[in-house]
Design a protein around this ligand. Structure first.
Ligand code: G6Q
Length: 539
């Protein structure tokens, strides 16, 4: 049945009209215990969703919607390896990457858990040999600089997690991430590197991605120029599913770490794509990281809706997206180590649910995935929070904070967290004209200084940023995205929307490189831009 025809959807629409005029101030006034009851906890993550524009009835109606679309069954279907990605006829099994040793999961007659652990073991041996210095570069020097070359899912995951877990990393080593085909990215990484001490990890599921291959070729030429062709095998390894392309590129497949087509790029950080992270933090920490994902997988699979964190986040998102008409969601980590988390979630969410047809190809008549954006607090407070507090748009926000700091320096952490608590309070309750008058605010300023409040937030509070809690946090958002994809009935695991631009770019490359004036057959805008580019470039 079409989502918008479902009685559960219609019930939410009707209910919206009763909730829309209600202020969070009233909800807290009528239920003073709300800040304790509208909470849930799992895998070390405490979620306070009381500052949302919901009542117990709203939540019940949302749970009914989850039931109506068969969410429980869909979770089980993904976890057991059904071909959930229907447009590419693939299983979606990133959850198998974190199954503990000894578990069993067969896909097409193959025990994937055994395969996963065999790769983890070889990654561990490799990581240890680098960390201990037993595996050296071609000239006998210790490898102290690792450059991961990849893009999209083959970059954002390891880059985010390396940054996030830097506290746990080997500080005698340097880790760099090169993704952009803009030569500046690789040029700056190479400028700072000594070839004799550098290892390149070429991370690409397909090993055909234009940007990654261009960067890898440039890196290879740089290394060969300094150390000779024979040095390549000591300084290059590959992470891929495509052995043929890896060896065509000139990397011995003995130096390749594999994964499988049932791991989507944006869900691949806990596969061999995380090799750079494992080298940085060591295999034991990496296994802790995987255990954190697994904790959240179990929670998602079994917790009742009312205490199921991914389901709660997913349903609250649907409530704002589809009933309040919100266009975006802000991700606001109060931790500098999570600097890249908004960018990571941007890909995870927008590439997964940025779809406008249902799984069987019908155009949807409702909004799907939101625009995801954000920055670490408190920097964002001095930049864009103004619009969240007083602008005309409704922007639901996720605040993510930690009770303990990994860098306990004087008062810093309490100052940071005072902002974390204050912002959600201000967004929810605002400041009324009456309060301003009591404070003797001049009358003409009252409209400017009024905060309407009633702006919804989730607070996620975690004790400490560790490999394990980071794993759980990422898995929480993976499953939130899954929950929403199931409700919207979209395929969250393909990304056809990135294809057209790639095809057109490949057509344009020879037009830019041609020594003679090419005859351009694009539209008048594209033709004129290309002509101008060619003129200016050759001046
Ligand atoms: C992610 C996408 C995409 C992919 C990159 C890199 O889900 O599929 O971001 O990760 O395009 O692809 P390769 O790993 O094949 O180079």
């Amino acid at each position: 049945m079409k989502l918008t025809d479902r009685p559960e959807w219609k019930a939410l629409q009707a209910h919206y009209h009763t909730i829309e005029p209600v202020h969070l101030r009233d909800l807290f006034a009528t239920d003073p215990d709300r800040g304790r009851t509208f909470t849930a906890e799992g895998s070390g993550i405490y979620l306070d969703y009381s500052k949302n524009r919901v009542t117990a009835e709203t939540m019940t109606l949302l749970y009914r919607l989850a039931e109506a679309v068969g969410l429980r069954g869909r979770i089980a279907s993904m976890l057991r390896g059904d071909k959930f990605n229907n447009t590419e006829n693939r299983s979606v099994l990133h959850t198998a990457l974190r199954l503990p040793p000894g578990s069993k999961l067969e896909v097409d007659g193959v025990d994937v858990v055994a395969e996963v652990h065999a790769v983890l073991d070889s990654m561990s041996a490799f990581a240890e040999s680098l960390r201990s210095g037993t595996r050296k570069g071609a000239t006998g020097r210790k490898i102290s600089n690792v450059i991961n070359i990849g893009i999209g899912g083959s970059d954002l995951g390891p880059h985010l997690c390396y940054d996030a877990l830097r506290h746990y990393s080997d500080r005698s080593m340097t880790f760099r991430y090169v993704s952009n085909v803009d030569g500046t990215d690789i040029a700056e990484a190479l400028r700072a590197s000594d070839p004799a001490e550098t290892l390149f990890i070429v991370a690409s599921k397909t090993f055909t991605t234009q940007e990654t291959m261009a960067n890898a070729r440039t890196a290879r030429a740089w290394l060969v120029q300094a150390l000779g062709e024979a040095a390549v095998s000591d300084h290059f390894v590959a992470v891929s599913t495509n052995a043929a392309e890896v060896s065509k590129f000139g990397i011995d497949t003995a130096n390749m770490f594999g994964f499988w087509d049932w791991v989507g790029g944006r869900y691949s950080v806990d596969s061999a794509i995380g090799l750079s992270l494992m080298i940085a933090i060591g295999p034991d920490h990496f296994r802790e990281f995987l255990a954190g994902f697994h904790d959240m997988d179990r929670h998602f699979e079994s917790a009742p809706w009312e205490c199921n964190l991914p389901v709660l986040l997913g349903l609250l998102g649907i409530w704002y997206d589809n009933f309040f008409g919100a266009q975006s969601v802000a991700i606001l980590p109060y931790d500098q180590y999570l600097n890249l988390f908004p960018a990571y979630l941007q890909q995870l969410d927008m590439e997964s649910n940025g779809k406008s047809v249902t799984r069987d190809g019908h155009r949807v008549d409702y909004q799907t995935g939101p625009i995801v954006w954000g920055q670490p607090g408190t920097n964002g407070q001095h930049a864009f929070y103004q619009l969240i507090h007083q602008g005309t748009k409704l922007i639901p926000c996720d605040f993510i904070g930690f009770s303990k700091s990994l860098n306990p320096l004087g008062r810093h952490h309490d100052l940071l967290m005072s902002n974390f608590f204050a912002q959600t309070e201000a967004l929810a309750f605002g400041k009324s004209p009456e309060e301003l008058r009591d404070e003797k605010c001049p009358e003409p300023l009252i409209p400017h200084r009024t905060f309407t409040g009633n702006r919804p937030t989730n607070s996620l509070l975690i004790e400490l940023l560790t490999p394990r809690t980071l794993g759980s946090l990422i898995a929480l958002y993976e499953h939130k995205v899954f929950t929403q994809g199931v409700i919207w009935d979209v395929n969250s695991f393909d990304q056809w929307g990135v294809e057209l631009g790639k095809v057109l770019a490949n057509r344009i490359v020879p037009e830019l490189e041609s020594a003679t004036e090419p005859s351009l057959e694009h539209d008048s805008s594209t033709n004129t831009l290309i002509e101008r580019y060619r003129r200016q470039r050759s001046k």
